[in-house]
Design a protein around this ligand. Structure first.
Ligand SMILES: [Zn+2]
Length: 436
C-alpha cells in the first residue's frame, strides 16, 4: 500500500516535470517597496513598507527589511499594496447568457458545451481572475462531473495561469437541482450537474464521494431555488458531520430565511446569498460563527445586465436601480450590525460581455455602495475569506509565514475605492503575473 503510494507520487512528479509552465516560477529573493500597505488583520492602511519574499513566501514586513545580496527589487512605492483578493463564490466552468435561465443554460453547458470544453473555458476565465488581482477562489459547483478538480490540477501543475482553487465538485441538492421544469424521464440532467441527495445516509455518502474525487469544500443547497425543494436539518447535520471527518468545510446556498436558519442550525460554515434573512437568523449566525457570503450586484453591473437583457429599452434611471438594490443593501447592513462575518464572494456567472475576473471583482463595489468602508470591504475579500478557508495565516494577509500573494493598485484605495479597478501588479506565491 505504502509502496504503491510512493510509485504514484513519483509518476505524478514526472508528469508535472514534462510540462512547460505557462509562467515560470520566480525563485529569487525579492523585496517589494510598497507606497501604502493594507493590513488586513487590523483593517488599516499603513504608510510605506517593504516586503521580503523568499521561495514564494513572505519572510518579513517592515519599514525597512534586510536586502539579501542580488535580491530583485520591485518598486511599488507609488501604489497601494494589499494581499491578493479572494473570491469565495465562483463558477469558473459556467457562464450564463442574460436571457437564458438556469435550466436552458445548464442543459446547454452539459449537452452542447460538454465537460472538456467547459474546463478549457474555465481555464481562460481563470486567467482573467488572476489578472484582476483575485489570487484565490472557492469554486462552488456548476462544473459538471468534477471539471473544477481538473482545472485546479492544471493550475497547480503550472500549465494554466489562474488563482488557487478550492473546489466543491457537484453541489449536494434536493431532487431537481436548480433546473426547474424538467419533465419525467429527464431528471438525470439535473443529476449530471448536481449531486442529488434524498436522506441523511445519502447526504453523508455524497460528501465522501465528492472528497474522494478531489473536492476540498462541500457545497449544498439548503433550498434549491428556483426549484421548491429543501434539505432537512438532519440531512445537513449528516453532511456537516461527514465533512468534519474529512477536514473540509460546508457552504450552503440559502435564499429564504427558513433555509438560512436550518443551515445555520445544522452547523454549516457559510451561508451563500441569504437574500431574505431575518434579524433573528442573523443573530443565530453571529452566535454560531457562520459567515455570510453576500453575492450582491453593484449599480454598474445591474445596468449592464438590464440593458443586455432588454435590448432597445432605455437604460433604467438611477432611482429605479437604487430601489431595486435597496433590499439587498439593507440586509447586508443588518448583517454587519448583527456581528455576522462578511466573506466576499461574487457568484459571477452572468455573461455581461466583460472579462469574468473584473466582472467578479465588482461585487466589492456592491458592498461599498451598501455602506461598508474600503477597509471593511477589503477585509471581507482577504482575511475574512481566508478564515472561511481555514487559511488565515497563509492567505489574505501580508505577514511572515504567509504565501506571497500580493497585488497593487494605482491610487489611494482608502479615499478612492474606484482604484480597485486599476490593479497594476499581481503576484501569486512569489511569481509575478502582472506588472513584471
Ligand atoms: Zn452560485
Amino acid at each position: 500500500m505504502r509502496m504503491k503510494q510512493i510509485v504514484v507520487s513519483v509518476v505524478g512528479l514526472m508528469v508535472a516535470g514534462t510540462l512547460t509552465a505557462q509562467t515560470p516560477a520566480d525563485t529569487m529573493p525579492t523585496v517589494i517597496r510598497a507606497g501604502r500597505l493594507f493590513d488586513s488583520e487590523a483593517g488599516a492602511f499603513l504608510g510605506p513598507r517593504e516586503i521580503l519574499i523568499r521561495n514564494g513566501g513572505i519572510v518579513a514586513v517592515a519599514e525597512k527589511v534586510d536586502r539579501p545580496t542580488g535580491a530583485r527589487i520591485i518598486d511599488l512605492s507609488n501604489r497601494t499594496v494589499l494581499p491578493g483578493l479572494i473570491d469565495a463564490h465562483t463558477h469558473l466552468l459556467y457562464l450564463e447568457g442574460v436571457t437564458g435561465g438556469l435550466t436552458m443554460e445548464g442543459i446547454k453547458a452539459l449537452v452542447n458545451e460538454g465537460l472538456p470544453l467547459r474546463a478549457l473555458h474555465g481555464a481562460a476565465r481563470a486567467r482573467t481572475f488572476l489578472a484582476a488581482g483575485i489570487t484565490t477562489v472557492r469554486d462552488l459547483g456548476n462544473s459538471g462531473r468534477f471539471g473544477d478538480v481538473a482545472l485546479r490540477a492544471a493550475i497547480e501543475d503550472g500549465s494554466v495561469d489562474g488563482p488557487r482553487m478550492w473546489v466543491s465538485g457537484p453541489g449536494l441538492s434536493p431532487v431537481g437541482g436548480q433546473f426547474p421544469g424538467l419533465k419525467p424521464g429527464y431528471e438525470s440532467l439535473a443529476a449530471d450537474e448536481y449531486r442529488i441527495v434524498r436522506n441523511p445516509a445519502e447526504a453523508a455518502d455524497a460528501v465522501r464521494e465528492n472528497v474522494t474525487m478531489g473536492a476540498n469544500v462541500i457545497k449544498i443547497f439548503s433550498n434549491n431555488t428556483p426549484n421548491a425543494g429543501y434539505l432537512t436539518v438532519e440531512e445537513m447535520r449528516a453532511i456537516v458531520g461527514a465533512a468534519a471527518m474529512h477536514g473540509v468545510r460546508v457552504a450552503a446556498h440559502a435564499t429564504s430565511d427558513a433555509a438560512v436558519y436550518r443551515a445555520a442550525l445544522a452547523g454549516v460554515h457559510s451561508i451563500e446569498h441569504a437574500y431574505q434573512v431575518a434579524d433573528s437568523t442573523l443573530a443565530l449566525m453571529a452566535r454560531n460563527g457562520v459567515a455570510m457570503v453576500p453575492t450582491d450586484i453593484d449599480s454598474v453591473s445591474i445596468i449592464q445586465y438590464l440593458s443586455l437583457a432588454n435590448p432597445g429599452q432605455p437604460a433604467p434611471a438611477a432611482d429605479q436601480v437604487a430601489r431595486y438594490l435597496a433590499g439587498g443593501r439593507d440586509r447586508l447592513r443588518r448583517a454587519v450590525k448583527a456581528g455576522v462575518t462578511i466573506a466576499a464572494g461574487s457568484d459571477n456567472y452572468l455573461d455581461l460581455k466583460r472579462a469574468q475576473g473584473p466582472a467578479a471583482r465588482r461585487v466589492l463595489f456592491a458592498y461599498h455602495q451598501a455602506g461598508l468602508t474600503p477597509a471593511q470591504v477589503l477585509q471581507a475579500a482577504t482575511i475574512n475569506d481566508a478564515r472561511l478557508l481555514g487559511m488565515e495565516h497563509r492567505l489574505g494577509v501580508l505577514k511572515p509565514g504567509a504565501r506571497a500573494d500580493v497585488i497593487a493598485v494605482e491610487g489611494d484605495l482608502e479615499r478612492d475605492f474606484g482604484a480597485l479597478e486599476r490593479v497594476r501588479f499581481v503576484m501569486k506565491a512569489g511569481t509575478v503575473y502582472l506588472g513584471r
